[in-house]
Design a protein around this ligand. Structure first.
Ligand code: GLU
Length: 386
């Protein structure tokens, strides 16, 4: 098989880096591997200085907290791991603040539960927060909100969480650091015929079968959750890399051509998202726009309240709505940033008028251009997907 040369990491606009507990925490002593983390921060700072947006998904809260609380080795009960996470997350955030701060980078802690990345209303909020952090060039440091997430409502592993977050923010690539340099055709430690796979273009059942068994004691995700993550990432237009993170400067190692496995996505984050908006969501209402707004939307602009002439139906922030022109033609669909009641109160008014009228709305755009799928573009996106 001819292997396409993978793009260089610094060529991407937005990169998510996921580090697991087994890398961050010294298993025997239950302490943070500080020198390793400092070296990773150096790599992150290097990418960041090249203009790349970097977001970190960091495990380690439970692993750090359990040592402080003196909990016994082995599986923890739910309330024990929640207490451990409460204690460990503070330490984890402090360490990230310190190591990134050393390079003049501000870290921002973001704790999420699956609902924050899956329920559309909260999704828009979580995404807006992360976008803002990236805009001001901070590095968001994300973990699951383990102290409140119970068994039924938690990811439980940060591999899939990282994939959701990566697609949510339209990252181009997600790097999952592991204790192995990628996916093999069979377990490499026990099977001498095992072959390393450098590039995977599609996650097939055969690939899933190669991912085999779970997890070490400290990290929950084994290769299986990593391949699950690859499927989520690919569906959202995000490439994914599994690389060995054990050595120092593991991002630099990838950039210098170190061995890893690439899972390529056939789409881009924007195309995947627009296909999802165009195809999978039932519209809950309609926004009628004036001719000027219709032209602006066709040109790729966001929809502002001033261009809307009527609001039809009952919808909540985050729902899908249809957009019609003055003649009733459907122009596209989008995820609306206002509830229908709030929308009706601001249409036809400029942002300045709205602000002058008292409480400014939470968002300037009624539908952000990233949340819009215009009719002409649907066909193009469909073509990209097939
Ligand atoms: N959220 C967990 C923690 O910070 C880790 C989950 C995982 O290892 O994937 O301890």
């Amino acid at each position: 098989m001819s292997v396409p040369a993978p793009p260089a990491l610094e060529e991407f606009r937005r990169v998510v880096v996921k580090v697991g507990s087994a890398l961050l925490v010294d298993r025997a002593r239950g302490r943070l591997r500080h020198a390793w983390l400092a070296a990773l921060a150096e790599d992150i700072a290097d990418l960041h200085a090249r203009g790349v947006d970097v977001l970190v998904v960091s495990s380690g809260a439970v692993a750090l907290g359990r040592t402080v609380l003196g909990l016994p080795p082995g599986a923890l009960r739910l309330e024990e791991s929640q207490a451990a996470a409460a204690v460990g997350q503070i330490a984890l955030a402090r360490h990230w603040t310190e190591v990134l701060g050393h390079h003049g980078i501000v870290a921002g802690q973001v704790l999420v539960t699956p609902k924050d990345t899956e329920e559309r209303r909260r999704y828009l909020n979580a995404r807006a927060t992360v976008q803002k952090l990236l805009e001001v060039r901070a590095v968001p440091v994300v973990n699951e909100n383990d102290t409140v997430a119970t068994v039924e409502i938690r990811y439980g592993d940060n591999d899939r969480l990282a994939a959701r977050v990566a697609t949510m923010i339209g990252a181009d690539v997600l790097v999952l650091f592991s204790d192995i340099d990628g996916l093999y055709t069979a377990p490499p430690h026990s099977d001498p015929t095992a072959r390393h796979l450098a590039v995977i273009e599609r996650v097939t059942p055969e690939i899933e079968a190669m991912a085999g068994g779970p997890a070490s004691e400290l990290s929950r995700g084994g290769m299986r959750t990593k391949v699950e993550a690859a499927k989520i990432a690919a569906g959202g237009g995000t490439h994914m890399i599994i690389a060995d993170g054990r050595g120092k400067n593991p991002l630099r190692a990838i950039r210098e051509g170190g061995r890893c496995t690439w899972f390529l996505s056939g789409s881009t984050p924007t195309a995947a998202r627009k296909t999802w908006i165009a195809g999978s969501l039932e519209p809950c209402g309609t926004l009628v726009v004036d001719a000027g707004a219709a032209r602006a939307l066709q040109g790729g602009a966001s929809l502002l309240p001033v261009g809307v002439t009527a609001v039809e139906g009952q919808f909540s922030k985050g729902d899908a709505v249809l957009i019609r022109d003055p003649d009733g033609r459907v122009l596209g669909r989008g995820l609306v940033a206002y509830d229908s009641g709030e929308a009706a109160g601001v249409i036809g008014r400029s942002s300045r008028e709205i602000a002058a009228g008292g409480t400014p709305p939470s968002r300037t755009e009624m539908i952000h251009r990233d949340d819009l799928a215009m009719v002409g573009a649907w066909q193009n996106n469909a073509a990209i997907q097939t």
